[in-house]
Write a protein that binds this ligand. Structure first.
Ligand code: NAP
Length: 462
């Protein structure tokens, strides 16, 4: 009876997990998707308690309380811009848990583990441990605790590959000599070191993609553990986690026109392209304007496209952007928002912020749909975006951005750039767009500039 109930609850969990992923892929249904995921996990825990006939639950309740006391404030307080590093920490703990459960299983079952199960267990522990240190480094880079630049040295690929090979060799030795228990910590140490070496050599700009890839490692590791423990739910949940991380990584790398190999081993971000260009290129000047100047231009605009980016998230300017959009719309101006797939620092970053500001979904236009409309757009207002508008991606074959699809804001009749300085974006590549004759630079924090702009537009309208 309890077996049947367990199986039933496992099926309910799996359906909820799959539904959760499906619902989370659209902003309108994402909250429900999140709820389904949480409910799926609750059913999974109940099913596991029934399956193993756990009656003494005081330790478990203690663990849940401690987890909730630590996790709830983090979940409530973490800034939207810090979600990538928070996600990295979740993966770090998840993968460590999976690796430690694998280690516990080994010590519990040795010397009666069949070679196939031990091979899977070793592979799972290697993935889990390397994901742990890799995720910790990703967290430290994104949080600014260590330099965001890739730390590169001669022969780093050889060193990293040797360490990985040593971890795999230790695993093979353990499978062949399973009573040699000392080999497990040796294997774990090499795997931990490999995770560290892998991620330390990757630039901060690539961390969100690295986190997605590490997510797929953690999922794969959990699925492998599911095979060893003969737990179907863990196999399915791990596979869903692993494949969704992989798909996300692929989407992000395609949006940046980069390969996984280039992201993981290219060491991109070590050089400073801006200063090189500034040293060799001709002197250029950008035109600084005030909010009042922009208000004058907006007075006659029939169509305006807002182009949000990371700076809008930093400034939390989404609400004031919406205020400006409302005023313009009331005047009969057509307003749209152009959404680049990697604007901000995580997939869907702009969608989430704009949804928070109650921007209607039908005003959000994906890159492929909005680009043909830029030539007919009177004003494109770029709010804290940079790389996703940089024409170097189309024209400069030696640029790290080359090949990345961009929003064609340069084709709009007037481009307004709202940012604090002439500094480049995440990629470190200078943006030629700042110097074009139809570009108006308005320097300052996006929230402050947009607030001034709203006031100036209202004043002119009186
Ligand atoms: P970006 O190129 O990083 O540019 C953001 C701009 O915002 C900066 O130039 C900065 O200029 C400005 N800014 C920062 N704080 C501001 C504030 N308080 N007020 C006004 N402006 C502010 O951002 P993006 O155009 O959104 O492009 C995203 C980048 O992240 C791309 O390179 C993408 O490949 C990378 N990335 C994204 C993801 C993802 O999933 N979204 C994943 C991996 C990598 P100032 O300092 O002059 O103000």
């Amino acid at each position: 009876m309890s077996d049947l109930l367990t199986e039933l609850l496992y099926v309910v969990s799996v359906v909820l997990f799959a539904l959760s992923l499906k619902l989370m892929s659209a902003p309108r249904t994402s909250r429900l998707g999140n709820f389904c995921g949480v409910a799926g996990l609750a059913f999974a825990i109940i099913a596991t308690l029934i399956a193993f006939q756990v009656h003494q639950v005081d330790l478990l309740i203690g663990a849940v309380v401690i987890g909730a006391v630590v996790g709830a404030p983090i979940g409530l307080r973490v800034a939207m811009t810090a979600v990538p590093q928070r996600t990295a920490m979740s993966h770090a703990f998840g993968s460590l848990a999976v690796a430690l459960v694998g280690a516990a299983e080994y010590y519990q079952e040795v010397p009666n583990i069949d070679p196939f199960s031990l091979s899977v267990l070793s592979g799972e522990m290697i993935l889990g441990f390397l994901t742990f240190t890799g995720s910790c480094i990703a967290f430290a880079k994104l949080q600014g605790l260590i330099t965001g630049r890739p730390i590169l040295y001669k022969g780093r690929s050889v060193v990293s590959m040797t360490v990985l090979a040593a971890a795999v060799a230790s695993g093979v030795y353990l499978v062949a000599n399973q009573t040699q228990e000392f080999m497990l910590p040796v294997m774990a140490a090499f795997a931990l070191l490999f995770g560290f070496l892998l991620v330390i050599a990757i630039g901060g700009a690539d961390m969100p993609t690295v986190i997605a890839i590490l997510n797929s490692f953690a999922g794969l590791s959990a699925a492998a553990l599911g095979f060893v423990l003969d737990n179907k739910l863990l196999i399915v949940a791990g596979s869903l986690d692993g494949s969704s991380g992989l798909i996300l990584g692929i989407i992000m790398s395609q949006a940046m026109n980069r390969s996984f190999v280039n992201i993981l081993f290219g060491g991109v971000g070590a050089s400073a392209p801006t200063s090189q260009m500034a040293a060799t290129g001709p002197a250029k000047t950008a035109q600084a304007y005030t909010a009042e100047d922009v208000a004058t231009i907006l007075e006659n605009a029939r169509s305006v496209v807002f182009v949000p980016g990371y700076g809008m998230a930093v400034a939390q300017a989404q609400h004031v952007v919406k205020d400006l959009a409302d005023i313009l719309e009331k005047r009969g101006c057509d307003v749209k928002y152009a959404i680049h797939p990697v604007a901000g620092r995580m997939p869907g970053h702009m969608n989430v912020l704009l949804a928070e500001a109650q921007v209607p979904y039908d005003q959000l236009w994906e890159m492929d749909r909005i680009n043909p409309l830029f030539p007919e757009t009177d004003v494109a207002i770029v709010v804290g975006a940079n790389d996703v508008t940089n024409p170097a991606a189309r024209t400069k074959a030696d640029s790290p951005l080359y090949g990345m699809p961009i929003l064609d804001v340069d084709k709009a009749k007037t481009v307004v750039f709202v940012k604090r300085s002439m500094n480049p974006g995440f990629s470190g590549v200078e943006n030629e767009l700042f110097y074009l004759p139809n570009t108006m630079m308005v320097f300052g924090d996006a929230k402050k500039v947009l607030t001034d702009l709203v006031a100036a537009v209202r004043k002119l309208g009186k």
